[in-house]
Design a protein around this ligand. Structure first.
Ligand code: NAD
Length: 432
């Protein structure tokens, strides 16, 4: 896979190529030997599986699933499982690489993993989704486990799906292994605060950014793309912090109210209607119009490559908080940075989810459950420390936030390689 693909007129949107370039650049700045980039530029293991599912009409359909384990330098690989028709190998690999960087930045002992199934779950019944989820685990069981690789929810996967996956794994092993998966329902070992963790973490990073920029959040306007787990919870906590969430969109449409949407009402509406479109006291809005809105904070919380060379110039927000993974292309990033927009990069912004997943895994290992306040206090501590580490490198090296985040992540991985004896004669040029 070429790391330095020439653009040749086309914007680079392959997330694998994007993350490779960013890691390569960090390796160069940190004056690391070429071998370090050679290790980090690809996954340690990728497994593709076939999952036959008997549909309700009696037909059998064979779905493709995959799991990428990027590196376990810092600990067992960890990352979500995505159900989406556009899942592909390069995307899953990139997502696993971002997981590696996230866990390094937030300082938890995990490596990066990610899984996906090429499927549109909207076309399936609950029974079919359960069969698919169980089949995925049956095929991947040999390479998974609490000390090897630990899945979690991602796009279109839920605590219920984690519960089915855990049950399948327990059956295969012949005993309970609660630490095999995170994001599961509380009653079978889930953690307080996990469902809300990613959105909470996003809001913590926005608060930290506002402090550094001397901005007062109350009364500020925000727009959010994506109203699933991450987008809706981010909206809820932003509204509680006094921010007016004026617009949200999802895959089916959007809702705009210049005076601020009623977020609890919108969450209830979403549960009934499966879309935000048509919410009372709001106007319809498209994704493209959302990006150009006159607002202070823009939060992409859906999929990759949403802020591009084509629309980044329209963005008026002062802060772009990347709740989604890889929502901004390199060209989009360049335009935002040139325009003075403060980007909270994905590998920092959305790391609250994996942080509380780590707490869930720790609680499972102890066979003990913490109260919600304890989880939230620990989350706040990890997120603010991660933000501080990235911000300090940004200031010390006079770079932008994304580059600083890669320097912290890659720097810590290199330190672990050194401690393991993989690299010699290298000192971290900056503290992190
Ligand atoms: P989700 O499935 O709960 O929600 C996804 C949302 O995006 C839905 O509202 C969907 O309608 C919307 N969407 C999809 N395509 C869209 C489009 N073209 N335009 C507008 N909206 C669109 O998924 P999620 O868990 O909220 O994940 C969202 C993002 O956050 C992903 O990038 C995911 O990898 C990332 N993330 C999730 C977690 C987590 O804990 N769930 C943690 C870290 C990062």
């Amino acid at each position: 896979m070429p790391a330095k693909e020439e653009r040749d007129g086309e914007e680079i949107t392959n997330p694998y190529h994007i993350v490779q370039r960013l890691i390569e650049r960090a390796c160069e700045t940190l004056e690391l030997q070429e071998g370090v980039y050679d290790i980090l530029k690809k996954p340690k293991r990728i497994m593709k599986v076939s999952i036959p599912v008997r549909r309700d009409d009696g037909d059998v359909v064979n779905y493709t699933g995959m799991r990428s384990q990027h590196t376990d330098i810092l600990g067992p690989t960890k990352g979500g499982v995505r159900f989406h028709p556009n899942v592909n190998e390069d995307e899953v690999i990139a997502l696993s690489m971002w997981m590696t960087l996230k866990t390094a930045i937030v300082g938890i002992p995990f490596g990066g993993g990610k899984g996906g199934i090429i499927v549109n779950p909207e076309d399936m019944s609950e029974r079919e989704i359960e069969e698919l989820s169980r089949g995925f685990i049956r095929e991947l069981e040999p390479i998974m486990g609490p000390e090897k690789d630990i899945p979690a929810p991602d796009v279109n996967t839920s605590p219920q799906i984690m519960g089915w996956m855990l049950d399948e794994f327990d059956r295969l092993r012949g005993h309970n292994v609660p630490g095999f998966i995170t994001g599961k329902p509380l009653i079978i070992g889930g953690s307080e605060g996990r469902i809300e963790a990613t959105g909470r973490g996003v809001v913590i990073t926005i608060q930290e950014a506002a402090k550094r920029l001397n901005l007062d959040l109350s009364g500020m306007k925000a727009a959010i793309q994506g109203f699933g787990n991450v987008g809706s919870i981010t909206a809820k906590f932003l509204a509680e912090a006094g921010v007016k969430v004026i617009a949200v969109t999802d895959a089916k449409g959007g809702a705009l109210n210049e005076n601020g949407l009623d977020i609890p009402g919108l969450i209830a509406y979403m549960e009934d209607h499966k879309t935000v479109k048509g919410f009372s006291d709001s106007k319809d809005i498209s994704n493209q119009d959302l990006f150009g809105l006159d607002c202070d904070i823009l939060i992409p919380a859906a999929l990759e490559n949403q802020i591009t060379g084509d629309n980044a110039g329209d963005i008026k927000a002062k802060i772009v908080a990347e709740a989604a993974n890889g929502p901004t292309t390199p060209e989009g990033t360049q335009i935002l940075e040139d325009n003075g927009v403060f980007i909270i990069p994905d590998i920092l912004c959305n790391s609250g989810g994996v942080t509380v997943s780590y707490f869930e895994w720790v609680q499972n290992a102890m066979h003990y459950a913490w109260k919600e306040e304890e989880v939230l206090e620990k989350l706040e501590e990890k997120m603010t420390a991660a933000f501080k580490a990235v911000y300090e490198i940004k200031e010390a090296k006079q770079v932008k936030m994304r580059e600083a985040a890669y320097l912290v992540g890659v720097g810590r991985l290199a330190q672990a390689m050194k401690a393991r004896g993989w690299i010699k004669n290298w000192e971290m040029p900056v503290d992190c």
